[in-house]
Write a protein that binds this ligand. Structure first.
Ligand SMILES: Cc1cc2nc3c(=O)[nH]c(=O)nc-3n(C[C@H](O)[C@H](O)[C@H](O)COP(=O)(O)OP(=O)(O)OC[C@H]3O[C@@H](n4cnc5c(N)ncnc54)[C@H](O)[C@@H]3O)c2cc1C
Length: 304
């Protein structure tokens, strides 16, 4: 009989809280201990999360007044920062929002300043000798965003569309790819990633300067297009308005104008398109690609 990995929540110290937009968007880092004692045995905590995968944590829910299980895509990567799980979280402002507003509160900062922790899920196999950080998936398929194997992504041209905190899996990709020279061999070949990020206002741009710098340093591998939808400074040199524009004619046969996206990448048919954001925008993007006869080499997405 195969023993299924047992789920266990381990306290991870809050080692960073950075506010991009007060009350709206924050970056958080949770650091798991090197070892954790289970059933009287001290076991090492191993981090084998793949770029683009999500971890499971137990933040506090302000609506229900209890700790809830929630998934967060990691924005850094295991090779670079083992056991340090970084993510970016926004307040969803949905009627039933529970934990997402809590991440924006002073309570979190207070816990951070006093060495507080948040429980994070690891898998414990009773026959094994280690604890392994839980990840939501290990399968490359259309509904996940874990990165393809090294020998695959190295030759790909990827167009990644990120709405708000949907940038997290792609930040993880870029950190991982950069550490591997973007898959170039003897300075030639390698991946190309076009990252299109759509946020409401300049405060919500995440890792903006680092991404501008990366695009300047490695133009053969990376292009960055930040787009602001609601508020922008007069001298904003990048995109404005919606990247996926839906033109409804009554309610029938909506047409999706993908021109803003195709101006950035005219030949989407030769690209692998990735999307992270809400379900509706994903459906609109797929419809727009079909209507423009720009069905890409592959399409993978994650929505939440
Ligand atoms: C794989 C994955 C990765 C994610 N990565 C990130 C990330 O990097 N950053 C980020 O900010 N967020 C991420 N999320 C979203 C995050 O997990 C939370 O869902 C989000 O922050 C909202 O949490 P919430 O507690 O405020 O509200 P919700 O999770 O929306 O829940 C509020 C309440 O409504 C209920 N509810 C939710 N949906 C329904 C429904 N359809 N019908 C009935 N009841 C419902 C819930 O049970 C809960 O009681 C990710 C989600 C997934 C699945």
């Amino acid at each position: 009989m195969i023993n299924r990995p047992r789920e266990l929540f381990v306290p991870a110290t809050i080692t960073d809280v950075y506010t991009y937009d007060p009350g709206e968007v924050r970056r958080v880092a949770l650091t798991l201990p090197e070892t954790f004692e289970v059933d009287g045995r001290s076991l090492p905590v191993r981090d084998r999360m793949l770029p683009g995968a999500a971890f499971l944590a137990k933040p506090f829910g302000v609506r229900r007044q209890k700790y809830r299980r929630r998934m967060y895509t990691r924005s850094n990567c295991a090779d670079e920062s083992p056991r340090v799980l970084e993510t970016i979280i926004n307040d969803t402002h949905k009627e039933k929002s529970d934990t997402s507003p809590w991440w924006q509160t002073d309570d979190l900062v207070q816990r951070y300043c006093t060495g507080g922790s948040i429980d994070v899920c690891v898998n414990y196999d009773e026959t094994g000798s280690e604890l392994v950080v839980y990840q939501n998936t290990q399968t490359v398929d259309p509904t996940t965003l874990i990165l393809e194997a090294d020998h695959e992504w190295r030759t790909m041209r990827i167009v990644a569309v990120a709405l708000s905190t949907g940038i997290t899996p792609f930040l993880s990709y870029l950190r991982y790819m950069k550490a591997g020279a973007f898959g170039a061999v003897d300075g030639t070949g390698g991946v190309h990633v076009t990252l299109v990020v759509s946020v409401k206002n300049p405060r919500q741009l995440m890792e903006h300067q680092a991404l501008l710098d990366l695009a300047r340093e490695s133009p053969q591998h990376f292009s960055y297009y930040p787009v602001l939808t609601r508020e922008w400074p007069e001298d904003w040199p990048h995109g404005k308005g919606r990247i996926i524009q839906v033109q409804t004619n009554g309610d029938q046969n909506p047409r999706v104008n993908l021109e803003p996206l195709m101006e950035l990448e005219p030949n989407l048919r030769q690209c692998h398109v990735r999307f992270c954001g809400n379900e509706r925008a994903k459906d609109q993007l797929i419809l727009g690609l079909q209507q423009a006869q720009q069905v890409p080499l592959s399409f993978r997405s994650e929505t939440w």
